[in-house]
Design a protein around this ligand. Structure first.
Ligand code: ADP
Ligand code: MG
Length: 223
């Protein structure tokens, strides 16, 4: 049996309920282990594509196959479970829980999936924090971390479950150029090391050298 591509869009059309923004998405495909950058002007629909890929939004027509699954055809609980257990998500504003320390934030996918973190989970979280240069701040709350550190905690959370696909929506947009480059480098390296596919929205043209492929959403949009 052939293993499905981590992400495939097939004839996807989407509109928000107010009908003001309509997207005819390109037939995007991210292959196993591939790193794809999604670029395009503000408002062209990049975040919408990421939310469709994660099954947070569902298309009105066509199919989004995420890890081979048509999430729109599945109940909310199945979608939620796939997001928690098989996808890694990273957003611009980190979305850390203020009352959990860095290590606990890294373990959030396990907590949300209803599991008490096992010793192996904790070991993995520690290992990731170490790789991401956060050893010294593992017990710090987000308020005591720099922005770059907070985003690296968000990366460790996204990578905790060894996801098959990481979706990242402008994860470096709120960081200074040096921190942005560091976060991107770490994310790219960690995904390569594990054969994890990566779809990353970025404004940062200097970062594009990391990627196997760049998709300009504006150019690819169907009329
Ligand atoms: P990008 O990430 O490329 O900046 P988005 O996907 O966030 O673009 O947004 C695409 C368009 O959809 C924009 O015009 C935006 O205003 C609109 N939009 C985004 N979210 C919503 C929403 N929840 N309801 C209605 N319109 C939205
Ligand atoms: Mg966006």
């Amino acid at each position: 049996m052939t293993v499905p591509a981590p992400l495939r869009f097939e004839g996807v059309r989407f509109a928000y309920p107010n009908g003001e923004f309509r997207l005819r998405a390109p037939d995007l495909c991210v292959e196993r282990g591939e790193q794809v950058a999604l670029v395009g002007p503000s408002g062209c629909g990049k975040s919408t594509v990421v939310h469709l890929a994660a099954g947070i939004l569902v298309p009105q027509a066509g199919r989004v196959l995420t890890l081979g699954e048509d999430l729109a055809a599945q109940p909310d609980e199945a979608r939620r479970r796939l997001r928690l257990e098989r996808l890694g998500l990273v957003f611009q504003e980190f979305e850390l829980l203020d009352y959990l320390d860095a290590l606990e934030n890294a373990l959030v996918p396990r907590l949300l999936a209803g599991h008490s973190p096992t010793a192996a989970d904790r070991e993995r979280a520690h290992e990731l924090l170490g790789v991401l240069g956060l050893d010294a701040v593992a017990t710090h709350l987000p308020a005591a971390l720099s922005r770059g550190e907070r985003q690296r905690v968000a990366l460790s959370r996204a990578l905790l479950t060894e996801p098959e696909l990481v979706l990242a929506d402008e994860p470096t947009a709120s960081l200074d150029p040096e921190r942005a480059a560091q976060v991107l480098e770490l994310l790219s390296t960690q995904c390569r090391a594990r054969g994890t596919a990566l779809l990353l929205v970025t404004h940062d043209r200097s970062a594009l050298g990391h990627f196997d492929r760049v998709v300009d959403l504006k150019e690819e949009l169907q009329p």
